[in-house]
Design a protein around this ligand. Structure first.
Ligand code: FEO
Length: 399
């Protein structure tokens, strides 16, 4: 795609990746993604903000073909899907200087083998004048690497945010007009990438309150010309308390665990608790992550394989632990053939979660009446813990 004007002198560049179906070789991308870059022209100087993933370098270089001179390449984040084309940009513009944070400088050298002489660092709040246009750099560590920064273009009130506030969504629209689609993509993105850094993000959102922002320009997905849409969504996602919602990752091999899952779903629903089960043999991990944004409780349901949990449940427990959602309670249910240590293994895999463990229900062989009564007690305990929580909120859409 060609460059597109956001306002006079500021253009959106970059590449749409409609075919990409997996990110980090882990998370499904149902709607592809994009790698956005931005060109800002002042009266005296020209700056490029971010680049694109190396496999799309050709698209960016074609967009830059008519640009004879570049003064600054602003690298907001070193991960290669944004910085990976920097060596080619620097080769094309031998007088261009990289602008980045002090933490990012050695990382750029390590990851891209760029000459450190070509890198200038900026402190938090530092200004760079392009002549008639002013860029302010806002350090924002841990969205989602330690070296990240945002860039605020004062005169046009545009905030460039790199990964922060972005979405994996490939679209030809400059702005996301289908709000429900954008909301879901941005929430999935938050869940997968940003949720582990919830506490830091709260602080960054507070810092941004003093800026007047008309347009938010992330480096994945469409731009926002209604900044409140995505800022309000983030404020909600990072805030407590969680919703009256149980997430239930499960696997069943011979039907015993499935019977327990089915019973528990009914028992929770009867008590007014919302529940979202995920069969981990066919689950889209992005959907699971997105649901964890709001959930108050996780219940892992597993058969026993080689005396431990099923490997798909091990994987889901590891992921839940890594994403660090605002869960408050957890439990394990399942079955075993003759013996097993599934509960201990799952508790050990989720040590970063600050949860209260409710009584687990593990049965030898087929579940029976006593098993179902134990599941009813678990459902009752969850309902009691959830009694002051609100149901999962509807999407908060501005328009
Ligand atoms: Fe989109 Fe952290 O890179």
């Amino acid at each position: 795609m060609n460059a597109r004007e956001i306002v006079s002198g500021v253009s959106a560049l970059g590449a749409r990746d409609f075919d990409r179906r997996l990110f980090d070789e882990l998370i499904p991308l149902p709607d592809g993604t994009s790698y956005n870059a931005y060109l800002v022209r002042g009266n005296d100087k020209v700056a490029l903000i971010d680049t694109v993933d190396p496999h799309k370098t050709g698209v960016l270089m074609a967009q830059l073909e008519s640009l004879s001179h570049l003064d600054f390449l602003i690298i907001q984040h070193v991960e290669q899907d944004h910085s990976g084309s920097a060596p080619m940009v620097l080769a094309r513009y031998p007088n261009a200087t990289i602008i980045t944070t002090p933490k990012a400088k050695p990382m750029i050298v390590d990851h891209l083998h760029i000459d450190p002489q070509r890198i200038r660092t900026v402190e938090n709040g530092q200004i760079l004048s392009l002549g008639g246009r002013t860029l302010e750099f806002i350090h924002a560590p841990w969205v989602h690497w330690p070296e990240t920064m945002l860039t605020y273009l004062k005169e046009d009130r545009i905030l460039f945010t790199c990964d922060f506030l972005g979405s994996h969504l490939a679209t030809t629209e400059l702005y996301g007009r289908e709000k429900a689609r954008v909301y879901e993509a941005a929430k999935r993105y938050y869940a997968e990438i940003m949720m582990p850094f919830r506490a830091m993000i709260k602080g960054h959102l507070e810092k941004l309150a003093r800026y007047e922002i008309d347009i938010i320009a992330p480096s994945h997905g469409p731009l926002y010309d209604d900044a409140g849409f995505i800022l309000d969504a983030y404020k909600h996602w990072v805030s407590d308390p969680p919703a009256n919602l149980v997430v239930l990752p499960y696997v069943s091999m011979h039907g015993s665990t499935q019977a327990m899952v089915d019973h528990l779903i009914s028992a929770l629903a009867d008590r007014g608790v919302c529940i979202e089960p995920f069969n981990m043999t066919v689950t889209d991990l992005g959907r699971l992550a997105s649901t964890l944004v709001d959930a108050a409780t996780v219940i892992f349901a597993t058969p026993t394989l080689l005396v431990g949990p099923h490997p798909s449940i091990v994987s889901s427990a590891y992921l839940v632990n890594a994403l660090r959602p605002k869960l408050r309670h957890a439990a394990v249910i399942g079955s075993y053939g003759w013996a097993g240590k599934s509960v201990e293994t799952i508790v050990g895999l989720t040590s970063k979660l600050k949860v209260k463990w409710l009584d687990s229900v593990m049965v030898k062989g087929l579940p029976d009446g006593a098993t179902f009564k134990a599941l009813d007690r678990l459902a009752e305990a969850v309902a009691t813990e959830h009694q002051n929580l609100e149901d999962k909120p509807a999407r908060r859409l501005h328009s």
